[in-house]
Design a binder for this molecule. Sequence first.
Ligand code: CO
Length: 459
Amino acid sequence: MQLHITETVLRDANQSLMATRLPMADFEAALDLMDSVGYHSVECWGGATFDSCLRYLGEDPWERLRVIRKHMKNTKLQMLLRGQNLLGYHHYSDDTVRRFVRKSIENGMDIIRIFDALNDMRNIETAVDECLKNGGHAQGTICYTISPIHNLEMYVGLGKQIEAMGCNSLCIKDMAGIMSPQVCFDLVTALKKEISIPIYVHTHATTGLGAMTYLKAAEAGAAGIDCATSTFAGGTSQPATESLVYTLSEMGYDCGVQRDTLKKVNDFFMPVKDKFIAQGTLDPYVLGTKADALVYQIPGGMLSNLVAQLKAQNAMHRLDEVLEETPRVRADLGYPPLVTPLSQMVGVQATVNVLLGERYKNIGKEIKAYIRGEYGKAPGAINEELAHKVLGDERPIEGRYAETVAPEFDAAKAYLGDRAHSEEDVLSYIAFPQQAEQYFAKRDSGVPLRVSYSIREVQ
Ligand code: CO
């Protein structure tokens, strides 16, 4: 039996443990080695990497992708894309989504894992369609969460929609690491009865369930799992690649990887991790097992952001209160899965509610947009009092929000003029206007781009 291994050290492990502050200079020398391991794919782009490149690392994210592609000739490159949100935090126009997906593939991407934070499948259709048109592998995604309204039938229904859309594979994305081994087994089994595309399972080690969940995923016939090289594994990151490969190989699964090369990859990343711990970029707090997350359902990236946010305000002692407020805010919003951008929105709102000492005294503008329906359909009912506070007598948007967003590309291109050197630059600007303009100005000034990072810069 084959079981695909996706290595996440460059994207999700990096994002979940150190707020995506890993510069290319710290991993480029490992790429050839990684290419020789035999991974099914390396998740290396998308998620928060794009924002982080422009905002903190002084890197062109597109150039990062091209460099990775140049070194990785044999391994599929994989990215995470937030459907109509692309790599940003609001919905873009369809022309932007199509161009972004096309350019991602042109610059070397193979597999695009596409999700919508609300599991509103209307929000991944455009990206999936464009990915397929350009010969990419479209992986439709179900965001797994636990709530009074989420159940097996709902997830199987989503799986059917993903298959009907033409996706090449499906991913069950458990960003919080709260999917239990048995639930995973039942979910993969139920999906396999109804759909025929391969099913990949993505989880985190946060609660300590992750590695066990992967074993049950394999038993149920999942096609692959996401792991991180052991030095960047555990805690809010993925379970360790070497341990899973060791165990699964003994159980008769063929993971297709060279075990001795896995060790070399890990040897490379050990001093890298030590450096970022010494700098304070990687806080060892996130490496522990947090069984409490089974109650609070806080995903890895969200927990490290909450810690950074509270540290910046000298309010770490209020972390427990914020962790208790988070599920209350989530319930008020109709139980959205806690994944970007909803995880940040809910996290910030919970923090504000605690620090101001009064709930919803200040309501974030993204939360208001969510309540107006600008992120899609909420999975459940929104707290009436809160909805009324934001909407007054207006009604939320019913249709697909992107239909109301005017094309963005031509106007952005005209605005940037010479400052944009490529279509990719224009897309960077549309995705993150301020950060891209700052990056272009630095690039054009001829001053060498400096790598700068500080945990306090986490938004
Ligand atoms: Co993840």
